[in-house]
Design a protein around this ligand. Structure first.
Ligand code: PEP
Ligand code: MN
Length: 263
């Protein structure tokens, strides 16, 4: 169902006033984790002022250590809903199991399946029945074939609104958090009609690499970007070093314009 062979034209995911996979480059911005009302509403205000149309924020965090901040859960989802109501931004949040999916469904517009759950097949099937668009991140060590088959799991349950997200893969390199596989963008767009976006934040782990990799992603044909941005990254409870501050985020949005226009 995900293959270009069964559907020649690009799929466009439409939600509220936003399209992903159409002519515009969709920008999803916001903190790694929802940390509180002030933090999230401020991030939403900054995202909107700079021209982003979608807001991200994790409420269920799949952390490497069980002792790290695990997210605000339903309280965080309520804040996302409030931010959407006050700004008109479309919201994206990660679900980590069927339980969190059931809760998140009532509060946000788009559900995200993270890299660690790309092959959680029961979760993929639940996402297929959720009635919500799904951002499907590429697994940490997933081949493109495995990634597309994960999309197939969602689509085979009747959900056509799948957005693929390249977020870097695990290699021997240690200077970056992961290795951004930029060739995956045009490659997957050739194999599949689904929209493809890039997350340069988790791909690199370094704030200073986010702007150049964002520009490269759009030049490679990405339909959008998923970028971590925090009102004050030095205070972030999660992924501060890769989060853009408001000023850098403004620079990103301004520098994207000519590249997006040229595509
Ligand atoms: C995230 O987007 O917050 C996240 C945890 O990403 P990934 O699943 O790509 O690590
Ligand atoms: Mn993060």
């Amino acid at each position: 169902l995900a293959s270009r062979e069964v559907k020649e034209e690009n799929s466009v995911v439409s939600i509220k006033n936003v399209t992903i996979g159409g002519n515009e480059v969709a920008i999803v911005a916001g903190p790694c984790a929802v940390e509180g009302r002030e933090q999230l509403l401020e991030a939403a205000r900054i995202a909107k002022a700079a021209g982003a149309k979608l807001l991200r924020g994790g409420a269920f965090k799949p952390r490497t250590s069980p002792y790290s901040f695990q997210g605000m859960e339903e309280e965080g989802l309520k804040l996302l809903a409030e931010a959407a109501e006050t700004t008109g931004l479309v919201t994206v949040t990660e679900v980590i199991d069927e339980h969190s999916l059931e809760i998140a469904r009532d509060y946000v517009d788009i559900l995200q399946i993270g890299t660690r759950n790309m092959q959680n097949f029961r979760l993929l099937k639940a996402a297929g029945m959720s009635g919500k668009p799904i951002v499907l991140k590429r697994g940490l060590s997933a081949t493109i074939e495995e990634w597309l088959m994960a999309a197939e799991y969602i689509m085979s349950e009747g959900n056509k609104d799948v957005i693929l997200c390249e977020r870097g893969i695990r290699t021997f390199e240690t200077y970056t958090r992961n290795t951004l596989d930029l060739s995956a963008v045009p490659l997957v767009k050739g194999l599949s009609h689904l929209p493809v976006i890039v997350d340069p934040s988790h791909a690199t782990g370094k704030r200073e690499l986010v702007v150049p990799m964002s520009l490269a992603s759009v030049a490679a044909g990405a339909d959008g970007l998923l970028v971590e941005m925090h009102p004050d990254p030095s205070k972030a409870l999660c992924d501060g070093p890769q989060s853009l501050d408001p000023e850098l985020f403004g620079q990103l949005m301004a520098s994207l314009e000519p590249v997006a226009a040229a595509m």
